[in-house]
Design a protein. Structure first.
Length: 322
């Protein structure tokens, strides 16, 4: 079970002062008051436009980034303040599949070493021989041939490299996997194969997924529940069928209205928003979405709506939903 709250960092901001451009560091709240729980065995989706804080959330959960405040609860333990060796059991239980398999695999390592290294580090295998046997079995399970174990990452296609990334994640027998846009860098024909593989593996090994994507058709296919993020905050969260059949938040409706459909009813009526996504350095007052929302009122400009449960398991942060 995971609960996650917030992450901040710094960005360079350039402004004009006395006729000169000056650069200054400004705090950016990449993720604000984000809180959600992932149940054992479920696939929880995080969706939203690029830059909305999905990947920052994922990297903070796996502790590649440190949280400024908030908690990350895993099996009743707050792991957000653990350091170095204290984190080892967590790092074994929680693994990540990255968006770009090319840059997440060491080009100087043979595939068998990429997969065996975490096994030996976390003592999943007692010897190098056992690790090699496990590695070859894993390669077969993800759809590669054992004789490909001696090759290097550049000798594989994009889809095959993602299979290697999945095998590396499985090597330490994780209970929870964070998949950060795992298919968005792949050809459409390969995407379905990788998604089917990920779902089969989930059924076989029983782990949970945090699945990050901006492709809503992928999310609809793979997720049980999902949260919609905008400017580092959750706008709407709930069961997949509830959100796809009855999206309530204006931003969710805007996102869904942009999904192209061929020969099918659109998910929601076409909707237009005004303006651009504001900079996370200068977050808007009130509702973060008010500058683009066609239903914004005066209240929206000064008061930030809290995420409220409007029906069982369906949460919305909007003043219109009371
Ligand atoms: Fe739009 Fe106001 Fe709802 Fe924000 S709170 S989504 S601005 S109606």
């Amino acid at each position: 079970m995971q609960e996650f709250k917030s992450h901040s960092g710094f960005l360079d901001s350039i402004k004009l002062k006395d006729g000169r451009l000056i650069r200054e560091k400004k705090a950016v709240h990449a993720v604000n008051d984000v809180s959600f729980t992932i149940r054992k065995g479920e696939t929880f989706g995080l969706v939203g436009e690029s830059g909305c804080g999905k990947s920052t959330t994922a990297k903070s959960i796996i502790r590649l980034l440190d949280c400024v405040s908030g908690q990350i609860i895993y099996k009743d333990q707050d792991i957000s303040r653990l350091k170095n060796r204290q984190l080892e059991p967590y790092r074994k239980s929680v693994q990540m599949i990255f968006q770009d398999p090319q840059s997440s695999l060491d080009p100087r390592q043979q595939v068998k070493d990429i997969i065996m290294e975490p096994m030996l580090f976390h003592k999943i295998a007692a010897s190098r021989k056992e690790a090699e046997e496990r590695c070859l079995a894993l390669l077969e399970r993800v759809g590669l041939r054992p004789e490909q174990a001696n090759r290097y990452p550049h000798q594989f296609s994009g889809g095959q490299r993602q299979r290697i990334g999945i095998a590396r994640a499985l090597a330490v027998e994780p209970e929870f996997i964070i998949a950060d846009e795992p298919v968005s860098a792949l050809d459409v024909s390969i995407q379905a194969q990788i998604l089917n593989l990920m779902m089969d593996l989930k059924d076989e090994f029983g782990f949970s997924y945090l699945f990050i994507a901006h492709d809503l058709s992928v999310v609809k296919y793979i997720c049980d529940r999902l949260a919609v993020m905008y400017l580092g905050a959750i706008m709407e969260m709930g069961d997949k069928n509830t959100l796809f059949n009855n999206p309530v938040h204006p931003y969710t409706r805007l996102l869904f209205s942009a999904v192209p459909t061929v020969g099918e009813e659109p998910l929601v009526e076409p909707m237009e928003s005004v303006g651009e996504i504001p900079s996370p350095i200068n977050l808007p007052s009130g509702c973060f979405f008010h500058e683009r929302c066609p239903y914004a009122t005066k209240e929206c400009q000064c008061s930030r709506p809290q995420l409220r449960e409007i029906e069982s398991g369906h949460f919305v942060a909007c003043h219109l939903c009371k």
